[in-house]
Design a protein around this ligand. Structure first.
Ligand SMILES: *[C@@H]1O[C@H](CO)[C@@H](O)[C@H](O)[C@H]1NC(C)=O
Length: 224
């Protein structure tokens, strides 16, 4: 490439970069005012929720008892995840944080899943958990270890992770997220219990399963 063309190409790239719109809008934005308590009467869909009239905002908008009681761990895999995020806690709209309570029955499992919009910091309040995540690098490296009450563990944003109760009793953890709406995609459910279902041919080839295996897994996963 001639020097002129190289210079023109560089100039073009700089111009394009300068003209990029606010790319950060795709993430939790920094608040532009003190607060934006979610207006539950608005049906408008935006990136987040519209704000309640500040004159109508009360202290109670910033309080929540969502995590007060243990979740019911008697069904499925023996885990109950109770989230306090922008979907059910109006005051944290636009604040870029949320929290969840995770109750585990004995041997309860929070199965492999991802949070597309948040890193997760887990504080184990009670019990013993085997926790781990798998990297997105080609070698899919697993980082897993056992943690005890009072300890923390970080799950990096977007990576597949899990928590298994390996203690002698129930366990309780609280997780903080750096998003007001962390999102949760369950790996097994996404593959075997999506709506509508993923074509059998995709699952058979991707996971090297027979048609019968796929049907069997579909029926098992849809019950969890
Ligand atoms: C927990 O869920 C089980 C199974 O659905 C149900 O039978 C039980 O009544 C629930 N317990 C509480 C305390 O809600």
């Amino acid at each position: 490439m001639s020097l002129l063309w190289t210079r023109l190409a560089i100039l073009g790239l700089i111009t394009m970069a300068a003209m990029q719109p606010e790319i950060s809008l795709a993430a939790d934005a920094d608040p532009l005012q003190d607060f934006c308590v979610k207006d539950t009467n608005q049906q408008l869909h935006v990136n987040g929720f519209p704000c309640k009239d500040p004159a109508q905002v009360q202290a109670s908008d910033f309080a929540s008892a969502v995590l007060k009681n243990p979740g019911n761990t008697s069904k499925g895999l023996g885990v109950a995840v109770t989230a306090a995020n922008a979907l059910n806690f109006a005051g944290l709209n636009t604040q870029g944080v949320s929290v969840a309570r995770i109750d585990f029955a004995k041997n309860g499992l929070n199965p492999p899943h991802v949070h597309p919009r948040a890193s997760e910091i887990l504080f184990l309040a009670q019990g013993t958990l085997l926790v781990g995540f798998v990297t997105s690098t080609p070698e899919s490296k697993l980082f897993a270890q056992t943690i005890n009450a009072g300890e923390l563990f970080i799950f990096p944003r977007g990576l597949v992770h899990f928590q298994l109760n390996v203690g002698y009793d129930t366990a309780v953890a609280f997780s903080g997220f750096n998003s007001q709406n962390q999102g949760t995609s369950q790996v097994a459910k996404a593959l075997f219990a999506s709506n509508p279902p993923i074509d059998d041919a995709v699952l058979e080839k991707a996971l090297q399963l027979s048609a019968a295996d796929v049907q069997h897994l579909r029926s098992l996963i849809s019950k969890t």
